[in-house]
Design a protein around this ligand. Sequence first.
Ligand code: DLZ
Ligand code: SF4
Length: 510
Amino acid sequence: MTAPRLILVLGDQLSHDLSVLREGVKSRDIVVMAEVRDEGTYVPHHAKKIALILAAMRHFAAELKDDGWTVAYTPLDDPDNTHAISKELLRRAEEYDAESVVSTASGEWRLRSLLEHTPIPVSQLPDDRFLCSEGDFAAWAKDRDTLTMEYFYREMRRRHDILMDGDKPEGGQWNYDKENRKPAEPDLFMPEPLHHQHDEVVAEVLDLVAREFPETFGTLRPFWFAATRAGAEAARDWFMTEALPRFGDYQDAMLAGEDFLYHSILSPYLNIGLLDPLDLCRRAETEYREGRAPLNCVEGYIRQILGWREFIRGVYFLEGPDYAERNALNATRDLPWFYWSGETKMACMAHAIGQTRDEAYAHHIQRLMVTGNFALLAGLDPQQVAEWYLAVYADAFEWVEAPNVIGMALHADAGVFATKPYAASGAYINRMSDYCKTCHYSVSKKTGEGCCPFNPLYWDFLLRHRERFEKNRRVSRSYATWDKMDADKQEAYRDSAAAILAKLDAGEAI
Ligand code: DLZ
Ligand code: SF4
């Protein structure tokens, strides 16, 4: 029999059909899994995110053992732990007399490169848990001037035969987004996501995280994420019946005190491999076909998974290792401390950040149009902002976080796929939420003391980047509005923006 190989399984690769497990030989190879400090601290991950990953890794390792694999598992507090993935591989190679390692390619350029440079040869197989391979995405993108998610999505619908009526889209339209922008009203019957009971593994991991990462961001307890496949599947079934039928209508809405609305909260499970993307799409489609959920909700949900999620990953790997370093708008302002503390008088920011601290979760519009929009308008350094998003969300891994932050929210990639900067004044937040009602600032006040900071910062942002954006058809109207404004009003906007930015620079809370 040939020498054993090590099979590396990372903390976001917890799927039984992982390419490297399909390739491995149970009777010969050793699965290596390691809880290491390097992965826990390359950004200051949210305590709940670390706990979810470690608890799910432990459950997955137990499932592999039950399935007949030999698993060399290093707990975080093992005295022999070297606290780095590549060093753990070397240690295990010596222990098991193995000369090579196979892995499924990581979702981050950083780890891919680290594994390439490990002294023992590591071959990295494609991660085919995604529905569009990196090669297929590159072929689709080749010869296109602009990368448009909508066209990619249509091809994915056809290719995977999801929500199709022959060769036409179900219902006659590909996209029902126009129906999905309703502001929400408080509703006594709004569903609460499933809260999973702790088992022994979770209880032990929570103690471990509290002990080993005492300074990390975020509230650890109460902890209600599932850490097993069965738990994640129960959360999936809950979403399909309880929230999907209203998901679409209110997917962009925000309400104070309602952290989840009709969102699925499945992305943390999906992104570590406990759920399968095609299965989610097919189950959502069944809800529509059997008359339990309307088409606009089901299509909107499927678009997030089959369209947006695959597209975004395609962009990350197509654009290359420097993608996360881009800063096309030369934004250099430091991330204000209130992104970590939540201590700001802006109610929208305080709500989005406060719930992020407590739940390691905020939905897409909070991320894009509140914290992301503020970062764009205030000219915050994209790398500091990206690090924040990567750290604070339980579902954040760089393949998904970087394009959403660097590309979509901050336009720091000069518009690889976003045709305009997602800049908005307070009016947008007021339309989509009830945050402004209780805010220290007045959303209807455009300038001066007590004005909503988003109002002057919006104009200041557009003016700072006039050369770049004024010919953009999707923004040019705003420049025309500015040009028609009285000089006094223009000056008041400029002065108010300068005062807010000066406060940020002085480290003062706003
Ligand atoms: C995010 C994370 C954390 C916090 N801890 C571990 C760990 O201890 N061991 C491990 O194998 N993976 C961990 N991960 C996930 C990796 O960082 C992940 O594979 C990369 O972010 C690439 O997506
Ligand atoms: Fe946010 Fe402005 Fe509304 Fe306050 S007034 S909640 S800062 S948008």
